[in-house]
Design a protein around this ligand. Structure first.
Ligand SMILES: NC(=O)c1ccc[n+]([C@@H]2O[C@H](COP(=O)([O-])OP(=O)(O)OC[C@H]3O[C@@H](n4cnc5c(N)ncnc54)[C@H](OP(=O)(O)O)[C@@H]3O)[C@@H](O)[C@H]2O)c1
Length: 362
């Protein structure tokens, strides 16, 4: 069944799901977003051997918004072992040092894994999906199941900056074609997990290096905006140059982008493309879909993480300052919540999309 042509299915009863890496920054955000989710019931939480065996309330220092949901406080933290975790749908917020192996073990055991880690993102038969941008790439799961001889699935989210960037650029690329882009990121400390970057390193400072980040931004963007050709995702032919910086912001990654376009377009045409874009039809009206995946702001000094990061409950990417570029054609600024839109929220939305498309086990 192709994602784009599938009917909406009203799920009968909530599916039991687990979160792997439930104790970290992204894992806690999953726990928050899955509380009272209409389609999913958070049945299990899992983390490392260091933590397993204790209750979630005992071992987690809650660093995400609000309070720890009462429903999870007494849950026993399990090990990340498919023989121990019984849910057929697992959200992975695992550290990349273990995510590759653990996620493969879960998919081999027939489970659907929605991963936030980098390990499988660029594998040719693994869909790297933003629900509103490239839902059709989920068709790669047929190839993946054939190649890997498993009934499970691995579907990945992008890096937190790549997701913000790809969402902001999808409407422009779809209408005018982007051929070259230069991007400089200002990435929040929550992007480094907990406890993450030491305060003495980041307060009053900018760190112009985040390990592997520039490669991720450059390659993942091309995969997101690429096209599916039979058994292959053909990367979008865009030359990308990325600079990635860590800044003293708690939540919200900002990207400053200059673009060269294949088809000529002026600033107001680019603004209209952004304003009118609602994303793929199949991704609209899902429980985690924001009313608008992108919001174009008219203020001269926005977007700003402090003022705009909660738009669309963290699922909307804010775009502003669209203007002519003297070197390229157009430049703009985009900003989004790295932990919600750039991680857990995007994964939950992908899982909802998979339910709608009949791609998740019951
Ligand atoms: N933070 C973001 O904005 C963001 C955005 C996009 C993607 N990501 C990716 O999402 C993943 C999680 O990021 P994070 O920021 O939440 O990191 P984090 O706060 O450091 O959390 C890491 C999680 O992995 C678990 N873990 C570590 N070693 C393990 C092991 N050997 N076996 C099983 N579990 C283990 C930890 O459990 P213990 O508590 O038991 O150690 C913890 O639950 C990473 O792959 C990251 O690159 C993060």
């Amino acid at each position: 069944m192709t994602p784009a042509s599938s009917p909406t299915t009203q799920p009968r009863g909530r599916r039991k799901v687990a979160v792997l890496g439930a104790t970290g920054t992204v894992g806690q955000t999953f726990v928050r977003l899955l509380e009272d989710h209409p389609w999913f019931e958070l049945a299990e939480v899992a983390a490392s051997e260091r933590t397993a065996g204790r209750t979630y309330g005992e071992c987690v220092r809650w660093v995400t918004r609000g309070q720890m949901p009462a429903s999870v406080v007494d849950k026993k933290v399990l090990t990340c072992d498919p023989a121990v975790v019984s849910s057929d749908v697992v959200f992975s917020a695992l550290d990349s040092s273990v995510a590759g192996e653990v996620e493969t073990a879960f998919a081999s055991a027939g489970k659907a894994v929605l991963s936030n880690a980098k390990n499988h993102r660029m594998a040719p038969d693994v869909p790297l999906v933003i629900a509103e941008v490239n839902p059709g790439h989920l068709r790669m799961l047929e190839t993946q199941r054939r190649n890997r001889r498993w009934d499970g699935a691995i579907v990945t989210n992008g890096n937190c900056s790549s997701i913000v960037l790809a969402l902001a650029l999808a409407p422009i690329h779809q209408r005018f074609g982007i051929t070259e882009l230069f991007v400089s990121t200002m990435q929040a400390v929550s992007g480094a997990g907990y406890p993450g970057v030491a305060s003495l390193d980041i307060l009053g400072n900018v760190i112009p290096f985040i390990k592997d980040e520039e490669d991720k931004v450059e390659n993942e963007l091309r995969k997101f905006l690429g096209s599916l050709n039979g058994d292959e995702i053909v990367a979008a032919p865009i030359t990308v140059s990325a600079h990635c910086n860590r800044v003293a912001v708690e939540t919200g990654h900002t990207v400053c982008v200059s673009l060269r376009l294949r088809d000529r377009a002026n600033v107001s045409e680019v603004e209209n493309a952004l304003r009118e874009w609602c994303g793929a039809d199949v991704a609209r009206g899902l429980p985690s879909s924001p009313a608008r995946p992108i919001e174009l702001l008219d203020f001269p000094d926005r977007p700003q993480p402090r003022r705009d990061v909660t738009r669309g409950a963290g699922m909307t990417v804010s775009v502003g300052r669209v203007r002519e570029d003297q070197l390229f054609d157009v430049k703009l600024v985009a900003m989004g919540d790295n932990v919600v839109r750039g991680a857990a929220g995007a994964s939950v939305l992908n899982a909802e999309l998979m339910v709608k498309c009949g791609l998740l086990p019951r």
